[in-house]
Design a protein around this ligand. Structure first.
Ligand code: HEM
Length: 469
């Protein structure tokens, strides 16, 4: 397949910008004519997927809309009702499917997300705080001058700075951002382990239609998309979830169970931490190096995502329920991974809130109350087939992995008395362990489903040219 028309696709879809600062603005659109005028102005600054010959820009701008936002733009009814039903309903209404119950239910969300008022997500990424501020001021002026949008609220995110260094860590201390699929036609060097597994054990990019509307997916079909086709093509869907991390609970739990896991073994705490996620905290995959972190593997793109699980069916290297193995089981369910090729998601996102140093307060419960977590975003062609499936079947249910009702240890919305099983064997230092009474490590604070249109589609929307016929 030839390369995609990257100038027609929003850059945020084709690449993780890997910039240390971000602000996600949540807008309410004004009356349709003004909203279209705002879009028209915005079109001039939207970052496309075009390659950056001169290096990264100082900042980027992207936009996506909720179903209510598309209605506020006065898109024709026939177009509005042609969107997939889960997008029309929005994330709050899908709470039952997503397991957003108990502490994760909408009554505990930030006020912004309890009202279903958000029409658009305006994402700014920047290389510096100054560049972020400059871009934000420019966009605010566009909103005010056109009267096309008002800012309801915004969320700032930034790479964690630890010991003075900008890192790729998240708040539990793991290096993040290794695993993301490669897609056909997307300009990015194909990395072993990032696409789909072939019969000969090599990896190939996934079909473009797993990410973008208007292209064949892994079933050889066009993903369900709105009409007209031109509105959908080169667009995708985005899930936004604000995930609060209970860092104090995590550290207390790890300390408590590490003491039982390997009494007298100085490595026990880090080893157990690696068994929760499937990577050591520096990113070394446990499947490739079960006994110790190996920076040479973690930093080598040819090896850092290049592994499979079928040869470890018992989970004695990487536990069957480890976060990474649950959400991307590779070949663990047989059929050379074919069943999971339609359940892949592309992750974006950055942490919010400051990193809590390991030598912080002795009272760990203080840490839970502080505002920190990850602004988690997923891109996929079908929210129901990809993100919702992963969240429902693999994060909050364990049947596919033969783990019964066990949920993802760190991300699951646990009821009382749930457990996490670390499989083990007779090798010294690799005992089995059942961590009982899982607390809630991650709590949902709100979010929404968005449509991220192509540049052509944005133009059509701005010029009132969306015609479903
Ligand atoms: C606070 C919330 C979360 C944290 C701290 C977290 C952390 C991590 C870490 C440390 C990794 C390993 C690094 C990597 O392979 O890139 C990872 C991988 C991954 N996570 Fe999460 N995660 C979170 C929530 C979620 C959720 C809710 C989902 C899906 C519904 C998810 C899906 C994935 C996927 C698909 C991978 C890549 C696995 C692979 O390709 O091997 N994560 N996550």
């Amino acid at each position: 397949m030839s390369k995609l028309n990257a100038t027609d696709i929003q850059g945020f879809v084709l690449r993780g910008y890997n910039m240390p600062f971000a602000r996600y603005c949540f807008l309410r659109l004004g009356e349709p004519k003004r909203a279209r005028a705002f879009l028209d102005r915005l079109l001039g600054v939207i970052t496309t997927g075009q390659t950056w010959d001169q290096g990264k820009p100082q900042s980027t701008v992207n936009i996506a809309f909720t179903h209510k936002g598309l209605a506020a733009l006065d898109l024709p009814i026939a177009t509005l009702i042609s969107f997939p039903v889960e997008f029309q309903q929005g994330m709050r209404a899908r709470g039952g499917i997503l397991g957003d119950t108990g502490v994760n239910s909408d009554e505990h969300w930030d006020p912004l997300w309890r009202e279903d008022d958000v029409h658009a997500w305006l994402g700014i990424h920047a290389l510096s705080q100054n560049a972020l501020h400059e871009r934000f001021t420019q966009l605010q002026a566009m909103m005010e001058e056109t009267g096309g949008a008002t800012l309801l609220d915004s969320e700032d995110a930034a790479s964690l700075v630890i010991d003075g260094k900008v890192t790729l860590k998240e708040h539990f201390g793991y290096t993040d951002g290794f695993g993301n699929p490669d897609y056909l036609g997307v300009e990015r060097s194909t990395q072993p382990g990032q696409g789909k597994l072939l019969d000969d054990g090599t990896w190939a990019p996934l079909a473009t239609g797993e990410l973008l509307l208007g292209y064949a997916d892994e079933a050889g079909e066009l993903p369900v998309a709105p009409i007209p086709a031109l509105l959908a093509a080169n667009g995708t869907f985005m899930v936004f979830r604000k995930l609060h991390q209970n860092v104090g609970t995590f550290r207390r739990f790890l300390n408590e169970w590490a003491a039982r896991y390997g009494a007298g073994n100085a490595m026990a705490r880090e080893k157990l931490a690696s068994k929760f996620i499937g990577r050591w905290r520096d990113g070394t995959p446990v499947e490739l190096s079960p006994d110790r972190p190996d920076p040479a593997i973690a930093q080598d793109p040819k090896r850092s995502t290049n592994f499979t699980y079928a040869q470890d069916a018992a989970g004695t290297r990487c536990p069957i329920g480890a976060h990474m193995r649950r959400v991307h089981p590779r070949d663990a369910f047989g059929f050379q991974g074919r069943l999971i090729n339609r359940r892949r998601i592309t992750r974006r996102g950055l942490p919010y809130g400051p990193f809590a140093p390991e030598d912080g307060p002795a009272d760990l419960s203080e840490l839970d109350a502080q505002d920190r977590g990850v602004l988690f975003m997923v891109l996929n062609a079908s929210i129901s087939r990809q993100f919702e499936f992963v969240q429902q079947q693999w994060v909050n249910y364990g049947n596919d992995a033969h783990l019964g009702n066990d949920k993802d240890m760190l991300m699951g919305s646990h009821a009382e008395g749930e457990k996490y099983v670390v499989q083990g064997d007779a090798t010294p230092g690799n005992p089995p362990l059942v961590c009982a009474n899982l607390p809630i490590f991650v709590e949902l604070r709100g979010g929404e489903y968005f449509f991220l249109p192509s540049i052509t589609a944005l133009g059509m929307m701005a010029m009132e040219l969306v015609d479903p016929r």
